[in-house]
Design a protein around this ligand. Structure first.
Ligand code: SF4
Ligand code: SF4
Length: 356
């Protein structure tokens, strides 16, 4: 048995994706303004697309053969920007497997030296790979907050999405992390897990699923963690290809649109973060980064700085009030309970009542 949400099943009579309302029009229909940025408190840094895994749903299309890796000079500039921007409280490291960037540890140490919260979006199995087995101790010593992918508590479901043997490796890595105090009750070593659906459905209730994960991982493996974050599969890149190949694009886009939830809009992550690409380009979020939609693409109506790289800007407060470039993929952040790098955005999913 495993996680098998059936609540929001795909409809076979879905409207063609191109006939669905534009995201911007849906915001207007609900009396909501176009998205603009508030104070930037998080720098989300994608340090490269290299990964030891190649998951079916990966919006980065990461894998062992990717060669895009953030060079030292970009990391140098980012450290300078941390000094220039006291409103930045969190550095959120993502990839690929961010730990595979040779500059990863330096970036962590420099951010922690500045008393910033550092998040490592970890796939767990990297902690067992040759050359990386000392990572758990390093991360613990630096008090890095781990947000780790585990799309189910059963081997079959995890291996189906992430590759053969990934579940067993993930469990072994979690046991090592627990042994260091990660995920233990009242421990400051934060360990959160991430669930994303195995296919073209919305995540179930985050709080209910957390209870289920805690019970099953505790019962089966004695594993503890702090919180479970549910994240919606974004209809871009590898998951979009999978949808197209299985003829589910229209149905999945209709599902997202029909479950648009205005209560999620104030919390979408692009309002408070800036996303940095491996080469120093700036974006409104990691998804826009993967779609090559640069910072400032929203145009000048809500104000624009003209900055598109980390060398164009010293103070991120210049971005406050500027427009965020949105598109149909934004329905992935705003459907049901919503989705962000911190999990769900609203506690009560809302169905708009639109028919597909
Ligand atoms: S989803 Fe994560 S672990 Fe899987 S290939 Fe992408 S970056 Fe790697
Ligand atoms: S995909 Fe999500 S985070 Fe990115 S711009 Fe759209 S709403 Fe914001």
């Amino acid at each position: 048995m495993g996680v098998n949400p059936t609540r929001d099943a795909l409809r076979t009579d879905a409207a063609p994706a191109e006939a669905l309302p534009a995201f911007a029009a849906t915001l207007r229909q609900h009396g909501l303004p176009a998205l603009t940025r508030e104070a930037v408190t998080t720098l989300q840094i994608n340090v490269g697309r290299l990964c030891n895994l190649a998951c079916h749903h990966c919006h980065v299309e990461a894998g062992p053969r990717r060669t895009e890796i953030m060079p030292e000079r970009v990391i140098d500039r980012l450290i300078t920007l941390l000094d220039l921007n006291p409103t930045i409280a969190s550095v959120d490291l993502t990839g690929g497997a961010p730990e595979m960037n040779p500059g990863f540890r330096r970036l962590v140490v420099e951010a922690r030296r500045r008393h910033l919260r550092v998040i490592d979006r970890c796939n767990l199995t990297i902690l067992l790979e040759p050359g990386y087995t000392d990572l758990p101790e390093f991360l613990a010593a630096q008090d890095v907050h781990l947000i780790a992918s585990l799309p189910c508590y059963t081997a079959a479901n995890v291996d189906r999405q992430r590759g053969l043997g990934v579940f067993d490796g993930s469990i072994e890595a979690l046991k090592r992390l627990n042994a260091l105090g990660y995920g233990r009750e009242n421990s400051p070593r934060r360990l959160d897990l991430v669930y994303n659906p195995l296919g073209a459905s919305l995540p179930p209730s985050q709080s209910a699923l957390e209870v289920q994960y805690r019970a099953e991982l505790g019962r089966l493996f004695g594993i503890e963690f702090h919180h479970l974050l549910t994240i919606t599969n974004m209809p871009i890149k590898r998951f979009a290809t999978q949808l197209a190949q299985t003829g589910q694009t229209d149905a999945y886009m209709s599902l997202l649109v029909n479950h648009f939830n205005p209560a999620t809009v104030p919390g979408v992550m692009c309002r408070s973060l800036v996303s940095v690409g491996w080469d120093g380009e700036l974006y409104d979020c990691d998804f826009n980064q993967m779609l090559d939609i640069p910072l400032g693409a929203a145009g000048s109506t809500a104000g624009s700085t003209g900055a598109t790289t980390i060398w164009d800007i010293d103070a991120f407060d210049r971005l406050t009030g500027t427009g965020i470039a949105t598109g149909q993929h934004c329905y992935g952040c705003t459907a049901g309970a919503g989705s962000s790098c911190s999990g769900a955005l609203a506690s009560v999913p809302h169905a708009s009542g639109r028919s597909a």
